[in-house]
Design a protein around this ligand. Structure first.
Ligand code: AMP
Ligand code: MG
Length: 473
C-alpha cells in the first residue's frame, strides 16, 4: 500500500504556482503518525514509519508520484490588501487518490523557503506543529470540516522564534484542497480572466460538482462557510486569523495559528496577541466570514456573465450567508440545550443562557455539557440566574422526545483547552511526548467520557490561563 498520486493542480498553468522541492533537513525523526488517516489515504502506517518515508515526510527526498510546488495566492490580512502571498513555508507534494477515489492534498508545512517566503525562513517549529496536529485532529473528531494531520517530524534544525532557539519540525497536512479565497483574489487582482476561469472550473470539479458555473460556485462556498462558522461558534472556537488567505473554498477549517477554544465565555474573546482591534473575536467571526465571501464574490463577478446581472446575483448570494448561518446557528445551539427541532421562538431561551454565561464568565464547554447531568449550575459563581433560566428550560424540554441524546451529540466533554495544549508543547519540547499522545487519544472521542481523563475536562485555574497565543509560528 503506497500513496497513489494524481496531481491535477500541477497540471494547471505555471503561473498558478512555483515548482519547489522541500528543503533537505539534517536529521528526520518521526514524532507522530496518524494511523487512521494513513489508512484512509490508502497507505500502510508501518510503511510510513520506515526510514525512507520519515525522510520524505521531513523534506529529504520525495515519495513516488509527488510533483512538489508552492501555490500562489493573495489575500486581505487583517483587512489590508496584500497582492502576493503564496506558500512561503509549505510545499504541496501532490494529490493522493484514496482507495475509494477521494482526492486529498498532501502538503508539508515548514518545508523550507519558496519564492513566496518574503522575509520568512520557511520553517516551522515543534510547538505550532503539535498544536495544529492536536487541534485539527480534535476538530475532525468533533465533526467539523478541517484539514488533517498525517504526521509530525522533527528536522534536527534549530530555528529562532521570539529570540529563542526552537526545534525545527514539519507537519504533513492533508486537505480536500488548499485553495483559498485568496487564490481567487490572486488572479482577479491581475485581471487574469483565463486563470480565473480555469480556477473556477478546477474548484467546481473538486469541491462543488453540483455547482452551475461561477455563480453556483459562489452559492456553494457561501453555504459551506455558513455551516462551518456555525460549527465553530457552537464549540466556542476562535480561529484567530480569518484572513482571506486562511479561508478555504472547500469549507474546511485551515491554518491553526493563534486559535483557541474558549474556557470562560465572553462573546468578545480574542486570543491572538496581534489582533488588537478584536477583528477576529468569537462574536465577529460570522461578519468576517461574510466580508471574506464578499471579496470572493467580487473576484467572481467578471466570470459570471453580463455585469449588471452578475453583480445582482453575487450580491444576493453573499446576502444569503446571514440566513444560512442563522439557521445553522439555531440548529446547533438548539441541540446544545436539547432541542431536536428548534424554531425562532426558542431564540430567547438560547440567548438567555448565553447572556447569563457571559455575565458570570461561565465555562463554555462545561456549562453546556453539564446540562446533561445537572452539573451545569456549578459553572456559575452565583447560580441564581442560571436556576431561573433552568426553570423555563425544563418546561420547554417537556415537548422534547429525547433531549439527553440530542445534547450528548452536540456538547463535547473534551475540547483542546489552551492551557493543556501549551503544557503539552512545553513537555514535548523537553522530550516528553506522553501529554501529546494522551491529548490525542482523549480528543479522538470528544463526546465520550473517559475514566481517568477528568483533568482534561477542567477549565484552567487562574494561574494556568494562557493570556495570548502568539503568531510567532
Ligand atoms: P499564515 O499567517 O500562517 O497564514 O501565513 C501568512 C503568510 O505568511 C503565508 O504566505 C505564509 O506562507 C507566510 N509565512 C508564514 N510564516 C512563514 C515563515 N516562517 N517563512 C516564510 N513564510 C511564512
Ligand atoms: Mg495561511
Amino acid at each position: 500500500m503506497t500513496l497513489r498520486f494524481d496531481n491535477s493542480y500541477a497540471r494547471l498553468p505555471g503561473r498558478f504556482y512555483a515548482r519547489q522541492a522541500p528543503a533537505p533537513v539534517p536529521v528526520a525523526t518521526l514524532v507522530a503518525l496518524n494511523d487512521d488517516l494513513a489508512r484512509r489515504l490508502g497507505a500502510d502506517p508501518e510503511a510510513l514509519r520506515s526510514p525512507d518515508s520519515v525522510a520524505w515526510l521531513a523534506g529529504n527526498g520525495l515519495p513516488d508520484g509527488a510533483e512538489p510546488l508552492a501555490q500562489a495566492y493573495a489575500g486581505h490580512q487583517f483587512g489590508g490588501w496584500v497582492p502576493q502571498l503564496g506558500d512561503g513555508r509549505a510545499v504541496l507534494l501532490g494529490e493522493v487518490i484514496a482507495p475509494d477515489g477521494a482526492r486529498f492534498d498532501l502538503q508539508l508545512k515548514g518545508a523550507g523557503q519558496t519564492p513566496y517566503s518574503r522575509q520568512g525562513d520557511g520553517r516551522a517549529w515543534l510547538g505550532p506543529v503539535l498544536r495544529e496536529y492536536v487541534v485539527s485532529e480534535a476538530m475532525a473528531a468533533l465533526g467539523v470540516p478541517t484539514t488533517r494531520a498525517l504526521a509530525a517530524v522533527t528536522t534536527g534544525d534549530t530555528i529562532w522564534r521570539d529570540g529563542q532557539r526552537r526545534p525545527g519540525a514539519v507537519l504533513a497536512r492533508v486537505a480536500a484542497s488548499h485553495i483559498r479565497v485568496g487564490t481567487f483574489q490572486y488572479f482577479a487582482a491581475r485581471r487574469d480572466m483565463e486563470g480565473l476561469q480555469l480556477l473556477v472550473d478546477h474548484v467546481i470539479t473538486r469541491h462543488h460538482p453540483q455547482a452551475d458555473g461561477a455563480a453556483g460556485l459562489l452559492d456553494a462556498v457561501v453555504a459551506a462557510q455558513a455551516r462551518l462558522i456555525a460549527q465553530w461558534m457552537a464549540l466556542g472556537f476562535i480561529h484567530g486569523v480569518m484572513n482571506t488567505d486562511n479561508m478555504t473554498v472547500s469549507g474546511e477549517t485551515i491554518d491553526y495559528g493563534p486559535c483557541a477554544f474558549m474556557d470562560a465565555f465572553h462573546p468578545d474573546t480574542v486570543y491572538s496577541s496581534i489582533d488588537r482591534q478584536g477583528r477576529y473575536a468569537w462574536s465577529n467571526q460570522p461578519q468576517i466570514a461574510a466580508w471574506n465571501l464578499a471579496q470572493l464574490a467580487m473576484c467572481l463577478i467578471p466570470v459570471m456573465g453580463e455585469e449588471a446581472v452578475a453583480i445582482e446575483a453575487a450580491t444576493a448570494s453573499v446576502h444569503r450567508f446571514k440566513d444560512l448561518y442563522e439557521a445553522e446557528w439555531l440548529k446547533r445551539f438548539g441541540a446544545k440545550i436539547g432541542l431536536a427541532s428548534p424554531t425562532a421562538a426558542d431564540l430567547p431561551l438560547i440567548e438567555g443562557l448565553l447572556s447569563e454565561m457571559t455575565r458570570q464568565g461561565a465555562d463554555f464547554t462545561n456549562s453546556f455539557r453539564g446540562l446533561i447531568d445537572d452539573t451545569a449550575r456549578g459553572n456559575f459563581a452565583d447560580p441564581s440566574g442560571f436556576d431561573a433560566w433552568a426553570t423555563g428550560w425544563r418546561a420547554r424540554l417537556e415537548a422534547e422526545a429525547d433531549p439527553q441524546t440530542v445534547m450528548r451529540a452536540a456538547n463535547p466533554a473534551y475540547i483542546p483547552r489552551n492551557h493543556q495544549v501549551e503544557a503539552m508543547i512545553e513537555a514535548a519540547v523537553a522530550g516528553d511526548l506522553a501529554p501529546f499522545h494522551r491529548l490525542n487519544a482523549v480528543l479522538a472521542r470528544p463526546y465520550h467520557i473517559r475514566r481517568g481523563a477528568e483533568d482534561l475536562a477542567l477549565p484552567p485555574r487562574p494561574d494556568q490561563v494562557v493570556q495570548a497565543t502568539f503568531c510567532g509560528t
